[in-house]
Design a protein around this ligand. Structure first.
Ligand SMILES: NC(=O)c1ccc[n+]([C@@H]2O[C@H](COP(=O)([O-])OP(=O)(O)OC[C@H]3O[C@@H](n4cnc5c(N)ncnc54)[C@H](O)[C@@H]3O)[C@@H](O)[C@H]2O)c1
Length: 351
């Protein structure tokens, strides 16, 4: 296979992330897109010739090798199972599903059909975090003791993310799943499992801090304890104004590292009139702003898609942090955090 021929399911935010990164990869041909709305406009923007309302019709094409699943979480399972049956490799957006059972089914369906399942946790490829990992690998921080990581912004653009039935939960599964996925990768959960977690979430509707119209929580924190005693504090919330604020902090016996993934641009602009776009979910562009240079790159999407393409073209298995197994492990942690929050106690987890 010289070129990877892809189909994209979805036409909006995540679909745009995937399509823009495929466009930058000369080993990819975007063949078709399927979505319920805006699919013609989406396809035209990226030069995709074939469009479908029903993704199953798209999956029946012989000239598609891999599929990007960029739909609301409650549809990830159905699309993945259908794609696996059609012998297409699957690149699935986070969160992997809405339940552990769905995620497990996705893994076994892809394994039994002999196709790869990739879990699109872009943070694993963010250049600033990759640089941080090089420094950690030198032992510069001594013994790692504690990691703090968060994704926060002012509220979701997607109507599907506001309901439990379509998202699986709120800010915890939708936003904190990034820091969860990243710390499982960073602290090597395969050899150093998470043993217990404590979660606290705002309860949705009137219990929320800001978004009283959301059925799901708009604020969440989780404390993860790993087998070797390391701890991680993860956070996801929709109460943060001023642009998406994604950070990772690592505390070691000999030092600490602070990474600002989203608001750390090296451009500072003061504009009385404002301009088109500064950073994801920022309200304004006037006054002082720090416009992102290239979020597709800085958040890891470009390298992530390049890596998946390379794995498929060369028949290589992905590293753990972006494998279906990692997506399932995240679901186990998310599920345990929700149980902990509901039962108001620390709970044990196996992942
Ligand atoms: N990695 C990231 O940083 C990131 C960012 C945003 C979203 N996501 C994930 O991507 C997924 C999609 O999120 P989004 O923000 O793009 O959602 P969205 O609400 O913006 O778009 C949803 C898309 O799903 C399509 N759709 C809905 N039901 C469908 C069906 N039955 N058949 C075909 N198409 C259907 C809609 O037409 C639309 O194109 C979610 O799992 C989300 O968690 C990941």
């Amino acid at each position: 296979m010289d070129k990877l021929r892809v189909g994209i399911v979805g036409s909006k935010f995540a679909a745009t992330l995937h399509a823009e990164c495929y466009r930058r990869n000369d080993k990819v041909q975007m063949v078709a897109a399927a979505a319920l709305d805006d699919v013609e406009e989406f396809a035209a923007r990226f030069g995709i010739r074939h469009t479908y309302a029903d993704y199953r019709q798209m999956l029946s094409r012989d000239d598609i090798d891999a599929v990007s699943v960029c739909l609301p979480n409650f549809l990830h399972r159905d699309v993945t199972l259908a794609a696996a049956r059609a012998k297409k490799h699957v690149i699935c957006e986070k969160a992997m599903a809405t339940t552990i059972a769905e995620a497990a089914e996705m893994l076994s369906a892809c394994a039994s059909e002999g196709v790869q399942l990739f879990y699109a946790e872009d943070w694993v490829f963010a250049p600033s975090l990759a640089r941080m990992e090089q420094i950690l690998a030198e032992g510069a921080l001594g013994e790692i003791l504690f990691v703090k990581a968060k994704e926060t912004h002012n509220g979701t653009h997607s109507p599907f993310a506001k309901k439990k039935s379509t998202c699986g939960g709120g800010a915890l599964i939708h936003l904190a799943v990034h820091p969860i996925g990243y710390v499982l990768h960073l602290l090597n959960v395969r050899e150093n499992p998470v043993t217990e977690v404590t979660g606290v979430v705002s309860g949705g509707f009137q219990h929320n801090l800001v978004h009283k119209d959301f059925e799901v929580e708009d604020w969440s924190v989780g404390l993860l304890t790993f087998a070797d005693g390391k701890r991680a504090l993860v956070e996801g919330n929709y109460i943060t104004v001023g642009g998406m604020d994604d950070r990772v902090e690592v505390y070691g016996s000999e030092g600490r590292i602070l990474v600002n993934l989203t608001l750390g641009s090296n451009i500072e602009a003061y504009c009385r009139r404002g301009y088109g776009y500064a950073v994801e979910k920022a309200d304004f562009t006037h006054g002082w702003t720090r416009p992102a240079v290239d979020e597709f790159h800085s958040l890891g999407y470009v390298s992530e898609i390049n890596y998946f393409v390379d794995c498929i073209l060369n028949g290589r298995q992905p590293k753990f942090g972006v494998s279906g197994a990692a997506g399932l492990a995240c679901m186990r942690v998310v599920d345990a955090l929700y149980r902990s929050a509901a039962e108001r106690r620390t709970v044990e987890v196996e992942c």
